[in-house]
Each structure stands twice: as C-alpha cells, then as structure tokens.
Design a protein around this ligand. Structure first.
Ligand code: EPZ
Length: 428
C-alpha cells in the first residue's frame, strides 16, 4: 500500500488539466455490452475503478483494449468489443471492490436476456442498496432470484418490454441501468424522476451515437424507444466535474493562483457559486477556470447536498475541509448518504472544530490546521484529507491512498505540478 507525505503551507500556482469523468466512463464501459461491435471511448482517465470494469468485461469474454501503449506512454482510450460475450456474469470478487459493477445488469438483460451479478455489499458511506434498480427492471419484465449472494436475473423469452417507471428516490446508476436496459427493450420506456447528473446525459448521448432513441436528455423525464440493434460508435468521455471541483478546493485552501483547464463549467455552476460566496476569486475564460485565494481570508458558507443540479454529495467532504479554516461557522448537511462524514474524525486530528448531529455537521473555522498522520476511509474523504494537509502547517501523512487511486487519475502528481509539497511512498 502507498501513503502520501505532505508538507503544508505552500501556495499553488500554474495550470492543470482535468481528466475524463470516472462516473461517466463506468456506465459507458458497461454500455459496450449493448453494441454488436466495438465501442471506442476516448478521454478515459487512468484509475482503479476503470481497470476493475475492464477486468469484469474481460471476464465476460469481451475483447478489452484499455490504455493502449504508444510511444512515450499510453492513450487514454478504451476499445471494447463485447460481441463475443460468453459469460453474462459479474462475480463477487470483482463486484466487492467496485459496486458500480451493478451497471452491467441492465445491459446484460437487454442484450443477452440473463445475468448473474453479485449483489453489491454496502460500502463506507452507506448501505447503498440497488432495490430501485431491481424494481424498475422487474417492471420491464425481468425476474430475479437471489442465490449465494448473487442476483440471478432473466428477461422474458421475447425480451424486456418498455414500461412507465418512476423512481421514488433519484438514483444515478439506477437511471443509467434502466436506460441501458430500455434501449433494446420492446416498445417505449418512460423514466420519471430520472437523475439529471451530467454523467447520465453523457451516457445517453453515447447510446444515441450507437443508434438508441432517447428523448428528454438532461431532464428528469427520459423517453426511450427500444430498437433492435445498437452498433459500434466512438465517444469522448466528458471531463470530470468532481475532479475539477477537488482541484478548485485545493487552490482555495492552499492559497495562490492557478488555472484549471478543460472542465465543463456549466456542470459546476452551484459549486462555483458556493466557492465564490466563500470568498474564492474565480475567473472563467474559454472553458478554463482561474482560481485565486488567500488562506485564512475565506468566509463560512452553508451547504446542503442534493441531486444535480444541486450541490453534489461527492464535493461535500472537500467543501467541509475548506470550511474548517474559514472565518465563522458553517452548516454542512449530507442528504444523500447516511454515513458520509468519516473524514470528520480525521480532520479533528488536524485541529478542526466539527460537531456532528445526524446528517448535519457544524464546522467552526479555526485559524490554522496543524499537520498529522491520517487514514483515508473512502474516495472523496481521501481527497479531502489531502486538501486539509495542504492548508495545514507542518507535515501530514495520508495512508490507504488506494481509496484515492480508485477514483482520481494521479491527483497527487497533479497537485505536485501546481507546487504542492506532496510525495508518494510505500506504506509497509
Ligand atoms: C452514484 O452512485 C455515484 N457513483 C456516486 O459517486 C455518487 O455519490 C452518487 O451517485 C450520488 O450522486 C457512480 O456514478 C459510479 P445513487 P449511486 O443511486 O448511483 C439510495 C464517487 O465518489 N438508493 O444516486 O450508487 C442510495 O442509498 C461515488 O464517485 C437506494 O436506496 O448513488 C443513496 O442514499 C460515491 N436504492 C441515494 O439513493 C437504490 O436502488 C442516491 O444513490 C439506489 C439508490
């Protein structure tokens, strides 16, 4: 395992380019199952969860070309030909490391009429059931049995049928799973209270490029006319709005002036508003975002997470860390997951003053944090601890950075490129 050593107090400068979005690349890789030929994805970030998804598609019998080598490095590309799929299954040893494996369920049912998918367990941030996915797929005719922890799923002999579906809770991968089942179903599917996250729309646009008929993209009601075949296509993965927000928070907390290139700023409108309210200077120019901040000069701002276009839960930990050194008290409410404050205990080790009451954290800004060893618990928490260490005086360590490497494309190198004093060592 690796750990990161961080010397706080260095202001950031220079520029950094945002990688492709993990949470778009995952459903897009699963969508390859639907096509009768190769799906080519470009702007694929290099991170653990995508390697896991590649292993899963390979296990099924697909031909997976991920990060092809080229002179001087590799291409951020995936060429996925699932036409030879022989095993419509997602075994436990792969699913347990990545819950998003459940995204293969809809495509397997649609394309192969059956699937055996290990029921995803919970994770650090919550129980995270997939009952809404299963209920919606059942409305399309799918039947499920549970055997040995695996979901045995099968479609009716004539294939899945379109249905009118309403999600009682907004679910991102639930919307993606059902959308990918519906594109090859018989007839029309309506998905009401659909997730509007940009990653859902990016997946929908790739499906349309493959020949799917999807209306209402970007909205909360999707209308899908089933077709007989989806064909090969090529699609560039959207930029990662959460990585962009994380880099923005890094400059805001460490101080200095730096430019974040290649983000789709519309995807971050609410986030940018909250950073501006806190006193971070932002200037957007042709898709580049220049960030300027004075540590200790930030003001407390309240945030409540909600589904897109609200403040994303995946930015909650990073924003909370920033509030730990802001002037005044802020109230951070996590409405999506029931246990997404594990980073608080670690931040308290740096001197943060945070009181937890259920799904609400009251953060009282302190002048400066002071460095200490910390342990990451989940993906976004690990990013938050790094940001706090950048803002703290003295030295910090963050161990178990495999959490970080699952979802960020070399964030430590990107931060070092902006002048952060951060290095990676083996943690035996
Ligand atoms: C996606 O997870 C993201 N992952 C998460 O990002 C993100 O935090 C989350 O959406 C919310 O935006 C991917 O896209 C791969 P949900 P997902 O279904 O789809 C409950 C990261 O850091 N629910 O929208 O699993 C659920 O428990 C990760 O990159 C049910 O009860 O989240 C949660 O409380 C973390 N039953 C709420 O809905 C279901 O069947 C929203 O979950 C499905 C969800």
């Amino acid at each position: 395992m690796d750990k990161l050593l961080i010397e706080g107090g260095a202001p950031l400068s220079g520029s950094v380019r945002v990688s492709g979005a993990k949470n778009a690349a995952l459903p897009l890789m699963a969508a390859a199952i639907l096509a009768d030929g190769p799906l080519t994805l470009t702007n694929i970030p290099r991170l653990g969860d995508l390697r896991t998804m590649g292993r899963l598609l390979g296990h099924m019998g697909g031909r997976v070309g991920l990060y092809p080598e080229e002179a001087g490095g590799y291409r951020e590309e995936a060429v996925l030909d699932m036409s030879g799929l022989a095993r419509p299954e997602a075994p436990h040893d792969l699913v347990k490391t990545m819950r998003a494996s459940a995204l293969v369920l809809g495509p397997l049912l649609a394309r192969h009429g059956q699937a055996r998918v290990s029921l995803p367990g919970g994770c650090a941030i919550g129980v995270r059931p997939i009952d809404l996915h299963l209920r919606a797929l059942a409305a399309m005719g799918a039947e499920f049995d549970l055997s040995g922890g695996d979901i045995m799923a099968r479609a009716p002999r004539g294939g899945l049928a379109g249905a009118d579906i309403r999600f009682e809770t907004v679910t991102v991968t639930g919307t993606e799973n059902v959308m990918m089942a519906a594109v090859l179903a018989k007839g029309r599917t309506i998905i009401r209270n659909a997730a509007r996250e940009p990653e859902v729309s990016d997946t929908a646009r790739a499906l349309v490029a493959m020949g799917a008929k999807i209306g209402g993209i970007d909205g909360d009601e999707l209308s899908i006319e089933g077709v007989d075949v989806l064909r090969s296509a090529s699609h560039a993965v959207m930029p990662d709005r959460i990585e962009a927000g994380t880099l923005l928070a890094a400059v805001a907390m460490a101080g200095g002036k730096a430019t974040i290139r290649g983000a789709r700023l519309n995807d971050l409108a609410v986030v940018l508003g909250k950073f501006t309210e806190a006193g971070v200077l932002l200037r957007a120019q042709n898709g580049d975002l220049t960030v300027e901040s004075e540590p200790g000069a930030l003001s407390a701002v309240n945030v409540s997470t909600s589904p897109y276009p609200g403040f994303p839960t995946d930015m909650q930990a990073q924003f909370l860390a920033m509030m730990a050194t802001a002037r005044g008290a802020s109230i951070i409410t996590e409405t999506i997951f029931e246990n997404r404050f594990m980073h608080v205990a670690e931040l308290r080790r740096l001197g943060a003053d945070v009181t937890l009451e259920g799904r609400t954290a009251v953060v009282k800004g302190v002048g400066r944090l002071s460095g200490a060893p910390m342990t990451a618990s989940d993906l976004r928490a690990s990013a938050c601890l790094i940001l706090a260490a950048l803002a703290a005086t003295g030295s910090s360590e963050v161990s178990r950075v495999y959490h970080l490497d699952r979802g960020y494309d070399r964030l430590d190198l990107k931060l070092a490129g902006l002048g952060a004093r951060i290095s990676r060592v083996k943690d035996d």
